[in-house]
Ligand binder design. Structure first.
Ligand code: 5GP
Ligand code: ZN
Length: 106
């Protein structure tokens, strides 16, 4: 998607603080953190939101949660919240699926 800011980050067209990258997803620091640790985990495939998930995307969606767990464990976070805002009325501002990882711990 040409006008998607997260696709541009994935394609390294605009910078971001990467904490993880693999064949299916990336994890970056949120530019406007709302917790001591605030990461965004997003699939490399452009999926606008949970509403647009298609048959076959289950692996990608599951992978985001598994990566959240692995990253949190690597960072030694004792506890954290995972959040997905869905749709404009659900508080979603960037229309490329992403999982927020929020923690009071660093
Ligand atoms: P949403 O409300 O869509 O669930 O969350 C979008 C998140 O993306 C917000 O927390 C916002 O701070 C973050 N964000 C927006 N633009 C950028 C950007 O260019 N880089 C990074 N790293 N985060 C961004
Ligand atoms: Zn995108």
């Amino acid at each position: 998607m040409d006008d998607c800011i997260f696709c541009k980050i994935i394609n390294k067209e605009i910078p971001a603080d990467f904490v993880h990258e693999d064949e299916k997803c990336i994890a970056i620091k949120d530019i406007n953190p709302k917790a001591t640790t605030h990461l965004l985990i997003l699939p490399k495939k452009h999926i606008a939101s949970v509403i647009e998930l298609e048959e076959g995307d289950e692996k990608i969606a599951g992978h985001l949660i598994k990566m959240a767990k692995d990253i949190a464990s690597k960072l030694g976070l004792k506890g954290y919240k995972l959040q997905i805002n869905v749709g404009k009325d659900g508080g979603q501002e960037v229309f490329h699926l992403h999982l927020h990882l929020l923690s009071q711990f660093a």
